[in-house]
Ligand binder design. Sequence first.
Ligand SMILES: C[S@@+](CC[C@H](N)C(=O)[O-])C[C@H]1O[C@@H](n2cnc3c(N)ncnc32)[C@H](O)[C@@H]1O
Length: 204
Amino acid sequence: MKVETISDPRIEFFDSIADKWDTWHDLQDLNGKLVVLLEEFGINKDESILDVGCGTGNLTISLLQKLGPAGRIIAIDISKEMLERARKKVDDNRVTWHLSSADQLSIEDNTMDRVICFSVWPHFQNHEAVARELRRVLRPMGHLHIVHLISRSKVNHIHEEAHPSVHHDHLVSACETAGLLKKNGFSVISMTDDEQRYIITACK
Ligand SMILES: C[S@@+](CC[C@H](N)C(=O)[O-])C[C@H]1O[C@@H](n2cnc3c(N)ncnc32)[C@H](O)[C@@H]1O
């Protein structure tokens, strides 16, 4: 596992909930929703995909179901405890684990076909820096997906009720996020911001 030095007040919080994370979710239902979503994304079986804020590896597992033997995943997280659980759960040599923050990746330029930020976008300290970094590692025409499988208002309600370190991790409107992505060199392809999902897809 690659390890970077990270300074973020959220690390302690995410470390502290790593043990409980999977018990708060219906994993079978989540996998079902993710399989449908990944079908919509049109993933090819030999892609290289970056799973940002992988947590305990739930998206990683669904992605592996879509990839063939030549497919690759780099799964990154700032929480050592989340990564430990993901690594134990997902024993697959197509996955590389990095303890690193989305704004500082030890990944070469132009190497990823796709980047997925699943339930992590509001937690970033500097969204412009993250957008630039994700664009850097994407290949030309590579895709970025920002995904929440609940509404924006529900995401914000959860954060307001949670630990102080994430109280202000507000998910802004899809239009506002799209504006930030465009400003940092992405073309926005589609946006959904409704009662069920918040999904933005952009292209380098
Ligand atoms: C709400 S959890 C979602 C986990 C996983 N994507 C899922 O949906 O099951 C957010 C995750 O993002 C990680 N995270 C927060 N800020 C991050 C950053 N700057 N870079 C990488 N990971 C981050 C947290 O440690 C946590 O594991």
